[in-house]
Design a binder for this molecule. Structure first.
Ligand code: FMN
Length: 171
């Protein structure tokens, strides 16, 4: 099997990370994987914001999501990459989804772990939207689409199983 199909086969969402920081060049490789993703009409409108674990905005989001949560919504990953998109472009959600999956697979290929994060949507697009958009350096007219936490995995799990018959039709 090709290396690439192996990456797809072994990919899983990692929810436990070591304290090891993510080197800057590795971070750049991951963001570039996102930038290399296809976008509708080649608009390349998706913006990527790289945020370190100790940036206060992380704690603020965590607190706004749930001040009583026992666990980190970022799973203590050293880096989270936020993807924002042009809110007046109908394909931004799709483009962001493709870009984030590119990053997810690139992380797997590099021996890293990552987990796609949708859970901060209500907070980042809620009443503090303008404040967060500024703190996360989203371009004007952009909104949060999705994020991904990345780091060195401390624990991994088996890839999920699937039901081909249920989810696939050949017509
Ligand atoms: C759009 C999207 C949003 C997600 N949001 C979260 C999230 O907020 N927190 C989380 O722990 N996992 C999140 N996940 C990861 C899924 O829970 C995970 O992909 C799913 O359980 C299947 O597990 P696997 O990725 O290990 O195969 C998200 C995945 C996607 C595609």
């Amino acid at each position: 099997m090709s290396d690439f199909l192996n990456v797809i086969d072994n990919r899983n969402s990692v929810r436990s990370y070591s304290d090891r920081p993510l080197p800057e060049d590795v971070c750049r490789t991951l963001v570039e994987a996102g930038l290399k993703a296809p976008t509708a009409a080649n608009r390349q409108e998706i913006h990527f914001t790289v945020v370190g674990k100790d940036n206060p905005v992380q704690a603020e989001i965590q607190n706004d999501l749930n001040p009583n949560a026992q666990n980190s919504f970022f799973y203590n990953a050293p880096v989270t990459i936020y993807l924002s998109g042009d809110e007046n472009f109908k394909w931004s959600p799709v483009d962001a989804g493709i870009a984030v999956e590119n990053i997810h697979l690139a992380a797997q290929a590099l021996g890293l772990g990552s987990v796609i994060l949708g859970c901060m949507e209500a907070v980042l697009n809620g009443e503090k939207k303008a404040e967060y958009s500024k703190k996360l350096a989203f371009p004007e007219g952009y909104g949060y689409q999705v994020a991904i936490a990345v780091g060195y995995p401390e624990a991994t799990k088996e890839p999920h199983t699937f039901d081909f018959e249920k989810n696939v039709s050949v017509v």
